[in-house]
Design a protein around this ligand. Structure first.
Ligand code: GUN
Length: 287
């Protein structure tokens, strides 16, 4: 059996169009959804991600501000920038690209973002709301995975979902979103004893561990849905996910490629969260 490939590029395109229609409704009423993306330093991967986020906004007619601070910018300078954007009426979403340089307390910076503009859904108010199932801003990558599963017609309720990775950006919010859809959820880490025993029991396996081709064919149940959140560069410079795609696709039922899988969905959901933030801040949130 060869897995059906889930085409994140195509799905994200459809999702972007849905949200463009909502953005256009706001624009017609004089409100252009605005996103500010802040990057500190010159990490090449982060720069590519940020450039893609800003480009997506422009492509859809959203307003975007790209703030670049040098790697030696102080925490106070970054907090000052966040404070300015918090009160800027043209900005509805603020994203501080992570990771931040070590001399900056990322938690403090995330907490400084106005929760109504926290389109990453990372600050404590929104994480709390995620736990209770009320968040307006599900974190973009796990949100993208949920939309991908839904648009592909994959049943979640009652199935065993195994998330490998426990980060605040992906693993933890991913597990909660799956739980809200009544999956039976197991969270593993790269350190889990006999990890393969758990992953082999997954109907839906989400790999978010940040290690190249970590999930091997013998760790996957035949017919399982395999979602690869990883983006890693090998020593030869090749872009690979956390899943050994070439071999796992021989046993999985569905699989996402890297690139062209979860990545484009993350950006589409950032657009979604920005438009939703603009709707809420302008009192036009009649979803
Ligand atoms: N770094 C990697 N993924 C993300 C993300 O979704 N949001 C932010 N702010 N930084 C990231």
């Amino acid at each position: 059996m060869t897995a059906q490939i889930i085409d994140g590029k195509a799905i994200s395109q459809a999702v972007r169009l849905e949200w463009k229609a909502r953005a256009d409704r706001l624009i017609a009423r004089g409100i252009t959804p605005g996103l500010a993306v802040i990057i500190v330093g010159s990490d090449p991967a982060s720069r590519v991600y940020v450039a893609n986020k800003v480009k997506a906004c422009k492509d859809l007619g959203l307003y975007s501000v790209h703030v670049e601070l040098p790697g030696d910018a102080t925490e106070a300078e970054l907090l000052e920038k966040v404070a300015q954007l918090n009160t800027d009426p043209g900005i509805h979403g603020i994203l501080v690209q992570l990771p931040l340089p070590k001399h900056i307390d990322a938690h403090k910076v995330i907490e400084a973002i106005n929760p109504d503009k926290d389109v990453d859904g990372f600050n404590e108010k929104n994480v709390g709301a995620l736990v209770t199932g009320e968040t307006p801003f599900p974190s973009c990558t796990p949100y993208g995975v949920m939309v991908m599963l839904e648009k592909t017609g994959i049943e979640i309720e009652g199935r065993h979902a195994v998330v490998v990775g426990r980060s605040n950006i992906v693993g933890k919010p991913m597990a909660l979103l799956l739980l809200h859809k009544n999956a039976t959820v197991t969270i593993c880490t790269s350190k889990t004893v006999d990890l393969a025993k758990h992953t082999r029991d997954a109907d839906i396996l989400v790999a978010a561990v940040g290690r190249p081709e970590f999930i091997k064919k013998d760790m996957v149940k035949p017919g399982a849905v395999v979602i690869d959140v990883g983006i890693n560069r090998t020593s030869e410079g090749k872009l690979v996910g956390d899943v050994d795609f070439a071999n796992v696709k021989e046993v999985a039922g569905y699989i996402t490629p890297v690139p062209g899988g979860v990545g484009p969905m993350t950006i589409a959901m950032l657009i979604a969260n920005t438009v939703r933030a603009a709707e809420r801040l302008s009192g036009m949130n009649d979803e």
